[in-house]
Design a protein around this ligand. Structure first.
Ligand SMILES: *Cc1c(COP(=O)(O)O)cnc(C)c1O
Length: 420
């Protein structure tokens, strides 16, 4: 194909230890920081990017996530693996918003991404870059959606994938990973145990581990959430961002995106207050935030049906907590019953069949309003992180089957119960 070996306009300059500050060569495969095992972050030549990029230039481009190629790591166009991720709509859920008493509620519809969740953004970039740097087999632990996305992008890039999920991961995720040709391993344990098994697989087989924040580039894909949010709000960021937080890649990525956009001159120094939402049955970030701790202790006996936020210990805990504090935001835990009821409540109010994780974020809004942390006339952005049908199904009574006998139908219609 013409130009397939062309260079992208990536201005990637070096990798930097997120705690150590040590710099590393970005054109070699790296996992975590050899100095302290923490996350490596990609740094760009932002003044070179600034010379090329303006909001007008960006507005003219197509290609979702990849419109931001100056600020992404892939060097050669031929290594861009895309299934059409990014460029999701920002929707005003009018009836839900008025029911919740918020005039400026917006939902970024991430479930329209390929694979039905925003994990596509991170995996598109991480898989593209890992393959560019020579990886031929990728492995990741996953609560569900990351595994599905890894499998889909690995298949698109023509490399092997192994996905390690807890045995109770949603069936939809197990199926999509298997259908895409990944090796699916179900472990009798939590996501953190899956992480250990994935690391051992990487060590013993040479597979490259793309677990959350254990390599530098999933967060680069996720940061495009922040770029798009700024663009959606006409380069005038919302007052608050409410994010269902598991590993925290999206929060960390958005925060990084805002810093890069400010350096480029696209936005000023104002930031949204960032709020992390977790389930009461697994809230390590909320506990650490409330205690004023720099790191989050692992949560024991993690329990919530919202698999994407069932993360007892996050490698990026210090980065998440730092972004919540520096933004003037906070962290909220919501009861499991409110997650369930919000899923139905939001769907009936026309916001769509949202994931349990997104429902958790919505369920935090009444508490945030009540505590005076957000107010009714502020602009609040929330993420529909994944499609409802990929979550664990709610238990539901199956409707009675109508006999295929037109003569019986008038009785059936006469006896229909009212729609509640
Ligand atoms: C992974 C996931 C989350 C959590 O995202 P992080 O960036 O890892 O905190 C939320 N919702 C869904 C549907 C997910 O798949």
């Amino acid at each position: 194909m013409a130009g397939s070996s062309q260079r992208t306009a990536s201005t990637l300059e070096f990798l930097e230890g997120s705690r150590s500050g040590i710099r590393y060569d970005p054109d070699m495969l790296h996992g975590t920081d050899p100095a302290d095992g923490r996350t490596l972050l990609a740094r760009y030549d932002l003044s070179a990017a600034r010379d090329r990029l303006t909001p007008e230039v960006i507005a003219r481009r197509h290609g979702g996530v990849w419109r931001w190629e100056e600020l992404l790591p892939v060097r050669l166009r031929s290594f861009i693996t895309t299934l059409g991720e990014g460029a999701t709509p920002l929707l005003p859920p009018a009836r839900l918003a008025s029911r919740l008493g918020l005039r400026g509620l917006f939902i970024k519809a991430e479930s329209v991404n390929p694979t039905g969740s925003f994990k596509a953004r991170g995996m598109a970039v991480a898989v593209s870059r890992a393959v560019e740097l020579g990886a031929t087999h990728l492995v990741a632990p996953s609560a569900g959606n990351a595994g599905g996305a890894l499998a889909a992008y690995a298949a698109a890039a023509g490399v092997q994938a192994t996905v390690v999920m807890p045995a109770d991961a949603p069936i939809a995720n197990q199926q999509e990973a298997a259908i895409c040709g990944a090796r699916v391993m179900l472990l009798d344990g939590l996501i953190s145990d899956c992480g250990k098994l994935a690391r051992m697989i990487a060590e013993l087989t040479g597979a490259f581990d793309v677990a959350t924040l254990r390599e530098p580039y999933r967060v680069e894909g996720k940061k495009t959430l922040g770029f798009e949010l700024a663009e959606d709000f006409d380069w005038n960021l919302p007052d608050a961002v409410v994010y269902p937080t598991g590993g925290g890649t999206g929060l960390i990525g958005m925060w990084k995106a805002f810093e890069e956009l400010e350096t480029l001159g696209f936005i000023g120094s104002a930031r949204p207050r960032m709020y992390a939402v977790q389930a009461e049955g697994c809230a390590p970030i909320v506990r650490a935030f409330d205690e004023g701790a720099e790191f989050a202790e692992p949560w024991s006996h993690a329990r919530t049906r919202a698999a994407g936020i069932r993360v007892p210990s996050a490698l990026g805990d210090h980065l998440i907590l730092d972004c919540l504090r520096r933004s003037g935001g906070g962290a909220v835990a919501v009861p499991e019953t409110e997650i369930d009821s919000m899923q139905a409540f939001a769907a009936r109010d026309g916001a769509g069949y949202l994931s349990l994780e997104s429902s958790a974020a919505l369920a935090a809004l009444p508490a945030l309003l009540e505590r005076g942390l957000i107010s009714a006339d502020e602009r609040v952005a929330l993420f529909d992180t994944g499609a409802g049908f990929k979550s664990e199904a709610a238990s539901m009574e199956r409707p009675a089957v109508v006999p295929n006998d037109p003569e019986a139908w008038s009785h059936v219609i006469a006896s229909l119960s009212p729609i509640s």
